[in-house]
Design a protein around this ligand. Structure first.
Ligand SMILES: [Zn+2]
Ligand SMILES: [Zn+2]
Length: 395
């Protein structure tokens, strides 16, 4: 997911006056042993003088390496989590390498975070110490604009506060993400995580999962519909699982014939090699909905032509160059071309609960933190099935 750095001013919150919580256990291994205090800032008197272990990129061309960061004290509405697992999203790589020309260094990426609550502020209602919890792509938003009021924080008119590389209104500088030992987030942006599922495999649900779940729900994918998923990567493999689970007839489009067997295993009913024009032609004018998860350059018209009357093609991938759409491919059958980005907090919780009820997780390859640079190289080559997840015990 890509969003602009938030630039608006928000009102001062109560973070400057935070009462110490006598009942809070701040034990977090090597992270911190001090208690919160009044008026503490990111200055020299911070309770984590040695810093919290993290992994950061210092420049666009440097490898990620060890780095110490500060987290804010636990405010009244805050949840502090020890991070257990963090997924590796393609956005992390784009941001680390400044491919979107907005990265502030040092950059600590990671927005597919699963962990255990180690402290809560006194106003926190949803979480208690010891609970499992998750944090996705956002850690705050204005909460008052029309998007926020509708639970669409991802489309906050002032730009949501991203989990990393957004302005940090508490400590200054930019926010730091999940490639770290712990994080402090307002409970309004913390998700409940079930203990029924493999926690490492839950982590990618926080970005790849909700990015595909939300559009499939918004366009009401259901039984009796024919649904196409374009691309079998981190996003595509989750889209196949969800579309199948929602009852649709699922067709996976790929340029790699060797991915066919895996697509069927993941839940696709049919696989179409998109380079084969004959195969593509068999599906003309037949789809209710197509979710396009490809970020590489590709011919969007080839997929628009597969939609039936009133069908919708929705992008969740991020091709770098503008797409050339032939107008007749839309107007000829009243087709719709759309886009979608992650999901709101309430919908993300709905997705996590749905996954717990239906046993849906991401297919992951667990790595240690010192393998993350190698993982980036493999991700560029598409050599991952289908998401790397960092075991934060290795940090
Ligand atoms: Zn992501
Ligand atoms: Zn807003």
């Amino acid at each position: 997911m890509k969003m602009k750095i938030k630039t608006h001013q928000k009102s001062e919150k109560s973070d400057l006056i935070k009462a110490a919580q006598p009942s809070i256990n701040l034990r977090s291994g090597s992270l911190t042993t001090a208690t919160p205090r009044f008026g503490s800032t990111n200055g020299g008197d911070h309770p984590n003088p040695g810093g919290i272990k993290a992994y950061a990129a210092q420049t666009a061309t440097a490898s990620l390496g060890p780095f110490a960061i500060q987290r804010r004290d636990v405010g009244d509405n805050d949840v502090q989590m020890e991070i257990l697992y963090c997924g590796v999203c393609h956005s992390d790589l784009h941001m680390v390498r400044n491919e979107w020309h907005q990265t502030v260094y040092p950059c600590v990426p990671g927005h597919e975070i699963v962990g255990r609550v180690i402290a809560v502020g006194r106003e926190v209602e949803k979480f208690k110490e010891g609970d499992l919890a998750g944090v996705g792509c956002m850690v705050d938003s204005c909460r008052t604009c029309s998007s926020c009021e509708q639970g669409l924080e991802q489309y906050c008119e002032h730009g949501p506060v991203q989990t990393y590389n957004s302005e940090d209104t508490h400590l200054g500088g930019v926010t730091y993400g999940g490639y770290s030992k712990s994080i402090v987030v307002d409970e309004a942006f913390v998700l409940r995580v079930s203990d029924k599922l493999n926690l490492a495999a839950v982590a990618p649900l926080l970005c790849a999962g909700i990015t595909t779940y939300s559009p499939l729900r918004h366009w009401k994918v259901s039984k009796g519909q024919k649904v196409g998923i374009v691309g079998l990567g981190g996003l595509g493999h989750m889209a196949v699982k969800f579309a199948r689970s929602f009852g649709a007839h699922v067709v996976l489009f790929t340029t790699s014939p060797e991915k066919g067997a895996d697509a069927i295993r993941l839940g696709a009913h049919e696989v179409v090699v998109s380079k084969d024009q004959g195969e593509m032609n068999k599906h003309l004018n037949s789809f209710d909905f197509i979710l396009d998860a490809v970020s590489a350059e590709h011919d969007i018209n080839a997929y628009l032509n597969l939609l039936k009357v009133d069908g919708t093609l929705t992008l969740v991938g991020l091709p770098e160059k503008p797409l050339g759409i032939a107008a007749f491919n839309l107007i000829g059958r009243r087709r719709q071309f759309a886009g979608s980005m992650i999901g709101g907090i309430a919908e993300t919780q709905e997705m996590l609960d749905y996954c717990a009820d239906h046993g849906i997780v991401s297919d992951v390859e667990l790595i240690s933190i010192d393998q993350v640079n190698e993982a980036y190289e493999r991700m560029v080559k598409g050599q991952v099935k289908y998401r790397f997840v960092i075991d934060m015990a290795s940090l």
